[in-house]
Write a protein that binds this ligand. Structure first.
Ligand code: FPP
Length: 232
């Protein structure tokens, strides 16, 4: 088996990693954001075509206001930087999640970045912001229903493909492999439809410390798995 074409990562453990060094949680997010750039380069070098990362969930709004502000500001800074570097890196960007819940400034940054990088052919980085899988599916069911009715058909005619095409990830292949860092072993409302047949990998290493070597270790585990899609 070769490297996964499509990889998903739950970047967990920024806060615990920072606390272990006597630093504020926000410092962990800052180093975590820097690590995103390094792992993108490593994925591209390995030949991975799609990377989907969980940056901010629909539940993350419940965190202390200063932490939410730091995360939003890190995201805006990172995405603005990508507007300048995406052509050099040949990277394409797609944001999934409910964008209407984001600030106007962030929405503008996102639409500029998606526009300017839209035709690039290198790594596609899919960033989940204000994302929850249940919320995505709810919105997709509504969209699929509206589409089917507009075609003069009935709700019961909706196929799995119609739902796949109504999700935020439309056009992005389902992840072959999902990595979660920092010891927790759950999905936390991430890509529940898309991860139906993916291989999972959990590591105790926190996200800010998850480097290229750790990524290669994870990929070598994937390469030794025998994937099943329900058949024999
Ligand atoms: C989990 O750590 C991580 C997050 C909630 C957000 C991930 C965000 C980043 C890596 C930075 C911004 C992203 C980009 C794309 C620039 P945690 O705070 O839940 O850690 P803990 O479980 O140790 O508390």
């Amino acid at each position: 088996m070769s490297v996964p074409k499509s990889l998903a990562i739950i970047m967990d453990g920024n806060g615990r990693w920072a606390k272990a060094q006597g630093k504020p949680r926000t410092y962990g997010h800052k180093v975590g954001a820097e690590n995103v750039e390094k792992i993108c380069r490593a994925c591209d070098d390995l030949g991975i075509k799609y990377l989907t990362i969980y940056a901010f969930s629909t539940e993350n709004w419940k965190r202390p206001e200063t932490e939410v502000k730091t995360l939003m500001s890190l995201l805006n800074t990172y995405l603005n930087k990508c507007i300048k570097t995406c052509m050099r890196d040949n990277m394409r960007f797609k944001i999934i999640g409910d964008k209407t819940g984001l600030s106007k400034e962030l929405q503008n940054t996102i639409s500029r970045l998606e526009d300017v990088s839209g035709k690039n052919t290198g790594l596609t980085l899919v960033i989940a912001i204000n994302y929850g899988s249940r919320d995505e599916m709810r919105r997709a069911f509504i969209k699929a229903s509206e589409r089917i009715l507009s075609e003069g058909k009935e709700i019961r005619d909706i196929t799995e493909e119609d739902i796949t095409n109504a999700l935020d990830t439309e056009g992005i292949p389902d992840p072959d492999f999902m990595i979660r860092t920092s010891g927790e072993e759950r999905l936390s409302n991430f890509l529940m439809w898309q991860l139906s047949y993916s291989e999972f990998y959990f590591t105790d290493v926190a996200w800010p410390a998850f480097d290229e070597e750790e990524l290669k270790k994870a990929i070598s585990v994937y390469e030794n798995r025998h994937r099943r899609f329900g058949g024999v």
